[in-house]
Ligand binder design. Structure first.
Ligand code: ADP
Length: 385
């Protein structure tokens, strides 16, 4: 998807991919096959390039520091990126910046769990500071005994561990912004992310029912963090909206993010183009929404791969929902794997404040994504009858 944007900007991307079949490797002739933990592979990827950027966060900062010393323009720079790699580093920095976050401590021995749980007096969440993704390495413990056991397990894995209060939230939001080296910032409207089992399944853009004040506060927070951390490119600030109307930062991502996939069809500039503009230090694009609401639904691999080919599923989908904007990633189907997404834009004239209108757009996006994943219609419809 970044490559699609690169084409329009007259840029070419060289891709470092784990294998030639990786999604990003499928769409460029210039592929280095290698590991993101191999300095020589990274060097070959960066050689002669105007910038080196990422579609995941896991390249070790020690290697990136080395590339920076060798003159590579790493964007976002490793000093910023580490805040998206290490939850403990991120929490401490946000605390120092006075950003709103849940109460937390580092766990170095199991008794830290008991002390913190006693202090908080409510449910807790245990997190491995590094290496997690889509909720792996995060446990919403049912009691202190479980929190302790999980902390011991994470500690045994060797990574730093932290424990947080479990936030009583009404929903999760994402403030997506971009920042260029010149210092320009741009914020998209704040969205609601709908999570299931630690995985984002839907995004409602903008977040329905969000007060103007809270929306502005979230956008400002995103822009401030991008500035303070020295981010170059897209920054997603994952937020909790609490029952008392507060915002707390959960996580940071420094790359095009699932909560921004709606922008491909629903905003003046897609997050992929914006990321490249920022990395290239171009002026940033407009971020306004195109429709009153855009709903993004992830296509998550079904529990078993349907017999019907994806080609035929698409054929049926477009017959029924011609407005569905489909984005497939060229990934094999596996249960729960994000293999694509569908965007549906609400018709002009509708309103984000009209629950029926929003529900209808949402239903169509979910129906389309579910069909692509499973070859089953959520409403039991059969096109052949
Ligand atoms: P990952 O790095 O795997 O995305 P996150 O830190 O984003 O992990 O946590 C995954 C999910 O766990 C969040 O989206 C949220 O639903 C839940 N979660 C994480 N931290 C807390 C917390 N302090 N309180 C309540 N829920 C939490």
């Amino acid at each position: 998807m970044t490559h699609q944007a690169a084409i329009e900007l007259g840029q070419t991307l060289r891709v470092l991919a784990a294998s030639a079949g990786d999604p990003a490797a499928q769409v460029t002739p210039d592929v280095i096959v290698g590991a993101h933990t191999d300095i020589d592979a990274l060097r070959r990827a960066a050689e002669g390039a105007s910038a080196l950027t990422f579609d995941h966060e896991h390249v070790p900062t020690a290697l990136l520091d080395e590339l920076v010393r060798e003159g590579v323009n790493v964007a976002p720079p490793p000093g910023a990126l580490v805040h998206a790699q290490d939850k403990l580093v991120m929490r401490r920095r946000l605390q120092a910046l006075g950003a709103p976050i849940p109460r937390f401590v580092e766990v170095t021995r199991p008794s830290d769990v008991d002390e913190f749980a006693a202090e908080v007096g409510g449910p807790v969440v245990v997190k491995a500071a590094r290496g997690g993704y889509d909720g792996r390495g995060v446990t919403l413990a049912k009691d202190v005994a479980e929190a302790r056991a999980v902390a011991e397990r994470y500690l045994a894995d060797g990574a730093p561990v932290l424990i947080e209060e479990r936030v009583h939230m009404v929903r999760e939001l994402s403030a997506l912004v971009a920042r260029s080296p010149f210092g320009q910032g741009a914020a998209w409207p704040v969205v609601e992310t709908v999570q299931r089992d630690g995985i984002c399944v839907e995004v409602l853009a903008p977040a329905p029912g969000l007060s103007r004040d809270l929306g502005v506060a979230a956008e400002r927070l995103g822009l401030r963090l991008a500035q303070e951390l020295g981010v170059v490119g897209v920054l997603a600030v994952e937020l909790f909206e609490t029952a008392t109307g507060e915002l707390l930062v959960n996580e940071l991502a420094m790359r095009p993010h699932n909560s921004g996939h709606w922008t491909m069809d629903g905003a003046g500039t897609s997050q992929f183009e914006q990321h490249l503009r920022a990395v290239l230090d171009y002026p940033l694009g407009t971020t306004g929404q195109i429709a009153p609401v855009t709903v993004m639904a992830n296509v998550l691999g079904g529990s078993r791969t349907p017999e019907m080919s994806m080609d035929e599923r698409l054929h049926h989908l477009f017959g029924r929902l011609p407005e569905a904007r489909v984005h497939l990633y060229g990934k094999g189907e596996r249960p729960g794997r994000k293999i694509g997404h569908v965007n549906v834009l609400g018709a002009p004239g509708g309103s984000l404040d009209d629950a029926t209108y929003v529900a209808d757009v949402r239903e169509r996006a979910v129906r389309a994504a579910h069909w692509l994943a499973t070859a089953e219609w959520t409403d039991g419809w059969s096109g052949h009858e």
